[in-house]
Design a protein around this ligand. Structure first.
Ligand code: ME8
Length: 515
């Protein structure tokens, strides 16, 4: 298999303590959209998602509900998996950190670090936020003495911990980031990490005493402690890659040679809330284990409701399932992908949703419906192979901008380029006036040219929108007489004279919801 044509993409693994919400859905749609784009271009893709199941937060949530942590995790993992299936996420693996295989890989990884002398024990005393699973120093806390990340009260603790010598990798990490300008995108997040790395990097606590927290992977070298949930969670990307033998009690199988596995990941897609674990803890842990680093991190912004982050604990989460009921999954995917410039924050409002939906209905849906009806009405569903330059120039430039934007992970720009082609095609209908041509038998050749050009454009549009709206584009391509949505390479080569176009019911019906 050609190495370059492999793409290993990951989403974060979501905490099994809460229900899937629009924030999770956004990241997962983004990953699925990119995965579908690469698959469609012929790459061999592996898309990983899953649930993060250990840690104090899960232990406490289970206790609150009066169930065993495993039961809570089983229920929530099933909820996430079925939500993703319903939302047409084509993942290749759903990993759960409580799986035996993952526990084995975590232990093999830690054994390796321990043997290499990167782990030591010490007494930790300071503040701890259960919700964020993080230690804080006095100066980190808010003026009220709460967690600086989530604002919740913190606890003072003093306990034995194992530490990873993260500080020793500071220079190597800075060098890596400087030598690979695209390693963290967008640049604002890269600069944030470089800024953070201007201060001395501390060592990382990687354990919690089992007396306080039993719900975790036991350290392989001290059963009295479990692995810090963030260390365990990050390793999921490695477990799923198949690089490390989970039964490797020596902790070495697979570490020296990852060929044949999916490691290293091509792209970790995460929200900005989890930048530090992914851009600092994870690469330094991998360096210590002697493993290659992931090739790129895409760090997106937050969906906000007003100015606040949408989050379950703030109670302002809009359930994407609610929107799907009326508008369908594809419209929700389109809205989320088109509205948020990858990397920036965006606010959800019903007005913006309806405006974006209007674009689907009035530009893409309208083009498809008028072009298809004219092909059916004037040519009984089959157009000739009339060449005619028509929209071909616009198709060429659209493809170039679309691929360029996708390569830069600017999905919103790629989609805008695609929608712009549909807009141009509507303009072409207005100026070409096929209805006038149809009235004049002497202008039949001109009509053929216009209709063939519109058909070629619709074929290309179905391929351009496939990654974001797989269901609707399957309907569209089927009405164009194709057996499936073509790749972009194929789309521009299809001989339109062989196709039988059939009527299509409105792709994006008028919204009943008004604001
Ligand atoms: O952090 N806007 O899990 P989590 C956009 N288990 N994205 C959002 C969002 C919002 N308002 N809210 C959540 C964890 N997200 C860890 C990850 S990975 C090894 C371990 C998305 O359930 C975004 O991707 O809190 C964010 O990074 C992730 O959900 C956090 O999910």
């Amino acid at each position: 298999m050609n190495e370059l044509r492999r793409r290993y993409l990951t989403t974060p693994i979501y905490y099994a303590s809460g229900e899937p919400h629009i924030g999770h859905a956004y990241t997962t749609f983004l990953a699925d959209t990119l995965a579908r784009y690469h698959r469609q271009s012929g790459a061999h893709v592996f898309l990983l998602t899953g649930t993060d199941e250990y840690g104090q937060k899960i232990q406490e949530e289970a206790a609150k509900r009066g169930v065993e942590p495993q039961q809570l995790c089983d229920e929530m993992a099933a909820r996430f998996a079925s939500a993703w299936k319903e939302m047409d996420i084509e993942y290749d693996r759903f990993i759960r950190t409580t799986e035996e295989e993952h526990r084995g890989v975590v232990q093999a990884f830690l054994t390796r670090l321990h043997r290499r002398g990167f782990i030591y024990d010490d007494i930790y005393s300071g503040w701890y936020c259960v919700h964020e699973e993080r230690y804080w120093t006095e100066k980190d806390l808010t003026p009220e003495g709460n967690c600086p990340d989530c604002g919740r009260p913190v606890r003072q603790i003093e306990e034995k911990n194992y530490f990873f010598r993260m500080s020793g990798f500071q220079e190597d990490l800075v060098q890596h980031i400087e030598e690979h300008p695209d390693w963290i995108v967008p640049e604002i997040r890269r600069n944030e990490v470089l800024g953070f790395l201007q201060q001395p990097l501390a060592d990382l606590s990687i354990s919690r005493p089992a007396s306080r927290l039993h719900w975790g992977v036991p350290l392989p070298f001290d059963e009295g402690h479990v692995t810090y949930v963030w260390v365990d969670a990050l390793i999921n990307y490695l477990t799923a890659s198949g690089a490390i033998d989970p039964d490797g009690s020596e902790g070495s199988q697979g570490f020296d040679d990852v060929t044949g596995s999916w490691w290293p990941a091509d792209l970790h897609i995460v929200g900005k809330d989890i930048l530090t674990p992914h851009a600092v803890y994870w690469p330094t842990l991998l360096m210590a284990a002697g493993l290659p680093l992931p090739r790129q991190l895409l760090v997106h912004g937050w969906w906000l409701s007003g100015k606040a982050k949408m989050s379950k604990s703030l109670g302002n989460v809009v359930d994407p399932l609610d929107l799907r009921e009326e508008f369908g999954t594809d419209a929700v995917r389109w809205y989320l992908m088109r509205e948020m410039p990858t990397g920036a924050d965006a606010s959800y409002t019903p007005e913006r949703f309806l405006a974006r939906y209007g674009e689907l209905a009035n530009v893409l849906g309208n083009l498809a419906s008028r072009a298809i009806s004219m092909i059916v009405r004037y040519r009984d569903g089959t157009v000739g192979d009339a060449a005619g330059s028509g929209l071909d120039g616009s198709i060429g430039s659209t493809l170039a901008s679309y691929h360029e934007a996708m390569a830069e992970l600017k999905v919103h720009d790629a989609l805008e380029a695609a929608m712009d082609l549909a807009r141009k095609a509507n303009g072409y209908v207005e100026t070409g006036e096929p209805w006038t041509l149809a009235k004049d038998p002497a202008r039949g050749a001109e009509l053929d040219e216009v209709l063939a050009s519109l058909l070629r454009t619709l074929i290309v549009l179905s391929a351009l929108f496939l990654p974001v709206m797989p269901r609707k584009m399957a309907e569209l391509s089927s009405s164009l007489g194709l057996s499936s949505v073509p790749s972009l390479e194929e789309a521009v080569r299809i001989d339109t004279s062989t196709l039988e176009v059939r009527k299509l019911s409105p792709m994006f019906p008028k919204a009943e919801t008004q604001v």
